[in-house]
Design a binder for this molecule. Structure first.
Ligand code: PSU
Ligand code: MN
Length: 308
């Protein structure tokens, strides 16, 4: 009889770590395929996995290759995702058609969080979440990341939401949806490329063990299976110059509008525009933020494993 593969298929290393209750960190692949320029993206994908290992945890990069969802990619599959050609961007709702048609695609925060939680992973590190776009009133463009995180029990370490978005509106939506947000070493919600978005956060922690304690309290409470966002700012010294950020972002939004770019293409377009218009400075700030989140994610996964 034909048997379907498990969803997601776990790498040997991830399976063993889960069996032994060792720390594992889920990593998304959209940032690799659609968020970063080639060929740097492949090097970054490999570097992020190495960072997780250096902190004593196992990386589980998540993607769909030839209609099979994986948690933990081997070298050839990571290369496929970084190669770009024919690699789709898969949100949560795209997983079923991708699996059914044998497609290859990178998973966004929504699809990654879904597959990670399904595999029993509890900690996920990324750059910045999707959220409410600035022209929401006209376009109704709100990333599927938010609604999925409202019903998925996972801890997401991020540098806030991408600053191309309407940050106050996104924070409002997270509140409405009941998604917990805690600042890590900060009383300000981070601004992705910037250390601060200027918006406050209601809760602040300073150690991975404190995050693990919040996770345990979520489980003890029961109730809706919502996520926990750990908002971890990029170091001040590595942030993008705020004036340059504001100026270039205004140009990017104008250009996006003028070209009539909509839907899934909006986020990759804006990120790419910023990289070009800042001469690569936004890329460095983005990478610094992601590296910090991945390292912190590994430490949180360690603290969580120690409680189990
Ligand atoms: N963070 C980054 N770069 C990215 C993304 C996040 O540093 O490219 C991706 C994430 O995968 C996120 C997606 O889920 O952008 C949001 O896309 P959209 O706005 O179309 O939902
Ligand atoms: Mn969108």
């Amino acid at each position: 009889m034909h048997t379907s593969p498990e969803i997601p298929v776990l790498s040997e290393e991830v399976r063993e770590a889960l069996d032994r209750r060792r720390p594992v960190v889920a990593l998304e692949s959209t940032i690799i395929a659609h968020g970063l320029p080639r060929p740097r993206n492949l090097a970054v994908g490999t570097e992020l996995e190495a960072l997780v290992r250096a902190e004593g945890a196992v990386p589980a990069t998540i993607a769909v290759v030839d209609g099979v969802a994986y948690a933990g990619l081997d070298k050839a599959r990571l290369e496929r995702i970084a190669g770009g050609e024919g690699v789709r961007k898969l949100g949560h709702r795209d997983l079923a058609p991708a699996l059914a048609t044998g497609a290859t695609g990178a998973t966004t925060v929504s699809a990654t969080a879904f597959l990670a939680a399904r595999a029993g992973l509890r900690v996920f590190a990324t750059g910045g979440l999707g959220g409410v776009h600035r022209e929401y009133a006209q376009t109704q463009d709100e990333s599927a990341d938010l609604a999925l995180l409202a019903r998925t029990r996972i801890t997401v370490v991020c540098a806030g939401v991408k600053s191309i978005l309407d940050v106050p509106a996104t924070l409002q939506r997270l509140e409405t949806l009941g998604v917990g947000v805690i600042g890590y070493g900060t009383e300000r919600f981070p601004g992705f490329y910037l250390a601060s978005s200027g918006e406050p956060v209601d809760w602040t922690v300073h150690h991975p063990a404190e995050v693990a304690a919040v996770m345990a309290a979520q489980d003890a409470l029961g109730g809706p299976e919502s996520a926990l966002l750990v908002a971890n700012p990029v170091a001040q010294a590595q942030q993008l110059d705020p004036d340059l950020h504001d100026r270039v972002l205004a140009e990017a939004l104008e250009e996006c509008h003028a070209r009539g770019i909509t839907g899934q293409a909006v986020t990759p377009f804006l990120l790419g525009f910023l990289v070009r218009a800042t001469g690569g400075a936004s890329l460095e700030a983005n990478l610094a933020a992601v590296r910090g989140n991945v390292a912190l994610g590994a430490r949180i996964a360690g603290a969580w494993a120690a409680r189990q």
